[in-house]
Design a protein around this ligand. Sequence first.
Ligand code: S3P
Length: 436
Amino acid sequence: MRRLRVRPASRLAGRLRVPGDKSISHRAVILGGIAAGESSIRGFLTGDDCLRTARAMQALGVPIDGLPGASLRVHGVGLRGLRKPKHPLDMGNSGTGMRLLIGLMAGQGFEATVTGDESLSRRPMDRIAVPLEQMGARVIGRGDQVLPPVTVRGGPLRGVTYRSPMASAQVKSAILLAGLNAEGQTTVIEPARSRDHTERMLQAMGADLQVDDLAVTLTPGPPLAAQDVTVPADFSSAACFLVASLLVPAADVLLEDVLLNPTRAALLECLQAMGAEVNVLGRREVAGEPVGNLSARPDGLLCSEVGGEMIPRLIDEVPLLAVVATQAEGKTAIRDASELRVKESDRLAAIAHTLTAMGARVQELADGLDIVGPTTLHGAAVSSHGDHRIAMAAAVAGLVAEGETVIEDTECVDTSVPGFVESLRALGADCVEEEH
Ligand code: S3P
């Protein structure tokens, strides 16, 4: 087991390129695997989640060179070239990996099983089972929520029009991956826009895909052209350091090559609304995605109201936003965020519990949080709740708390940000990780 000790920081400075984006890494290796020809991926995230997806693709018959490194060559087998894996595919902690692969396998002609760790085994798969069964696949799991392990019986599929009850890129992507091998068009309509990396990558690979406001329509047919992908630095990982640099008194941190896709980067809008000065330098496009260098300065942080269509665009940053809110003047109200209850942990409960233990004034609601600031946080013994985003948000809070913060069970951080502690230390933070 690992434990992270964090002490208050008076200064953070330096340039940092956080590891590759998790969402794009999953998609690059999955879509590269069913492309016609050879793709190269540079800057692949070598966190456990994406490595599991890459190994699952190997088990499905896709030759991949370079694992477990960040530079991969993927020898695509084509849209219908996957083969039945010899063993169940163990997706570890990765909800994205599991949902995308279930969608992918729904359109293949074999049966396969996916499993996961304790946390993933509690996450609902009915949200993808319902549309995939409408398309003609069988998706079998435990109980009404279709909990993992899940067995997928792929079959001939027909395209559907599916109105998703939640804005979820995992749901949308699973359906689109199935739609690639369906008979006829598949349309997914979301209640609000979720991250659009699948759409961008499919279009770049030559798929016939139209986006019309909240509706995405895929017409199957053309093979996917292999492409070379350079994965930008992960926005959600960069956000930890950005928020730390906003809260630590003397901070001068530049985050390089950060993904700035508008369906991901709403935290920036939110921080600006709270009074932060956010600077983006060198805007450019990498692999069909907007990228830039990022820095931020505080300017008297104020409370904010966050909800509605903004939530899916900052879904993974809500724990960090809660940390910012503890240092902002007034009551920050986060609403419409009940999806956080079915992530790697119940993130509303976990962050409320963590920040309350550190002296913050937080009220947990069914779909959000009320946080009154500013509060002087104090170090406390807290748990990651087995969730990388909670562990990292607690570490950021620890940088501005008085005394020492001790976070238990921090190995989960490796699922998304390998080298997190080393990066904090390189910027001057006083933190150590120990085995026990
Ligand atoms: C992801 C989508 C989000 C996000 C997750 C990654 C993706 O989940 O929370 O970390 O890569 O598609 P939902 O789409 O279920 O909200």
